[in-house]
Write a protein that binds this ligand. Structure first.
Ligand SMILES: NC(=O)c1ccc[n+]([C@@H]2O[C@H](COP(=O)([O-])OP(=O)(O)OC[C@H]3O[C@@H](n4cnc5c(N)ncnc54)[C@H](OP(=O)(O)O)[C@@H]3O)[C@@H](O)[C@H]2O)c1
Length: 319
């Protein structure tokens, strides 16, 4: 069936006109993305805003995204249904429910739009038990957690400290570390400590001074916060232990020679994406809390509210 966007030859999208924060966001009519032979075109039903989108609009990654002309279409995480597929794509067909992400920072093809194009390797089938809003919370955060756990090669009995465990990546990383039979601790705001305890991990108040925490040393720190928090965690890591950060714009510097510090970025992994979303349908992995569902038209106000700290939980944009 022909979509509204293709009938009008233009689609509604959330665009950025300069790297000057939420005020530079405009809702505009733009050309729908074209697809190559290995791509999938998706009718977006929900798209999730992540903290990285806020960093992008403020120009934190301007050096990477400089080659993409303004206005840039924003957005990474999406869930929707397949509109069409490229000639080499055989495992998706029009109408299939899917979830995935678009590496917008590198390509300029954003998910905050009526349609998004992504390489098929960035997309997985969406279990119908997950609403589009729930599903859109999975791709970037779930795959980042998977990358952290895989990179660390977490083993049974490893002592793992997750900084920012109550957040979206933190929820996925906590469960994946528990699934690997690690001993997991996490830091969070006071209000979120019960969430961590309910997940069966040791809860450490972020206000607690990590430097004076009396703990057996950790084998691994997973850093989802950066800045002072990750710097303060380095003395808690055992000799030849590791800190792996998902905050590449704020990696701590080494204060111990025998601790390895590295940073990762999200990678496409359709097998893991399918497994994570299937686990979410069984309740075997906690999904980030949906804080608000907002019409695409209202994206600018949503970004302003997020930047002011007035919204908590995941904010979903609905075209
Ligand atoms: N490298 C990549 O490819 C990649 C991919 C995804 C995410 N990221 C980055 O990873 C980070 C986490 O992302 P997310 O989606 O999980 O964010 P999120 O859902 O906003 O979660 C962040 C969590 O950290 C908590 N927090 C803040 N300061 C803290 C501190 N000092 N100690 C302990 N907890 C603290 C927050 O609590 P409050 O809300 O109470 O402040 C919140 O629960 C972001 O910086 C994001 O940009 C990177």
């Amino acid at each position: 069936m022909e979509s509204t966007a293709s009938r009008s030859h233009q689609m509604k999208a959330v665009t950025l006109t300069s790297f000057s924060g939420p005020e530079a966001i405009a809702i505009a009519d733009v050309d729908p993305p074209s697809i190559g032979p290995n791509d999938v075109l998706v009718n977006v039903e929900a798209a999730a805003i992540g903290p990285w989108d806020l960093k992008i609009i403020n120009g934190a990654f301007a050096a990477i995204t400089r080659h993409i002309p303004f206005p840039q279409v924003l957005g990474w995480d999406f869930a929707g249904t397949v509109a069409s597929v490229g000639a080499n794509v055989t495992h998706f067909a029009e109408g299939d429910p899917v979830l995935g992400y678009s590496p917008q920072l590198f390509t300029g093809v954003g998910a905050f739009a009526e349609q998004v194009a992504a390489a098929a390797s960035f997309v997985a089938s969406r279990p119908l038990e997950l609403s589009p809003s729930q599903a859109a919370t999975v791709p970037v955060c779930g795959l980042t957690a998977q990358k952290l756990i895989d990179t660390a090669e977490v083993q049974r009995g490893d002592r793992v400290l997750i900084l920012g465990a109550a957040g979206a990546v933190g929820g996925f990383a906590t469960q994946l570390a528990l699934d690997a039979n690690a001993h997991v601790s996490g830091t969070a705001s006071t209000a979120d400590l019960d969430v961590l305890r309910a997940r069966g991990i040791q809860a450490i108040d972020r206000i607690t001074d990590l430097e004076t925490l009396e703990e057996e040393p950790f084998d691994l720190v997973i850093d989802l916060v950066g800045a002072h928090a990750s710097q303060a965690a380095i003395p808690l890591i055992r000799a030849n232990g590791r800190l792996i950060s998902a905050v590449p714009d704020n990696v701590p510097h080494a204060t111990k020679d025998d601790v390895e510090i590295s940073a990762i970025g999200v990678n496409p992994n359709p097998t893991a994406l399918a497994r994570l979303s299937a686990a979410a349908t069984r309740g075997a992995i906690p999904l980030p809390k949906v804080g608000a569902e907002v019409a695409l038209d209202q994206a600018r106000d949503a970004f302003i509210a997020l930047a002011r700290g007035e919204l908590s939980g995941k904010v979903l944009l609905l075209p």
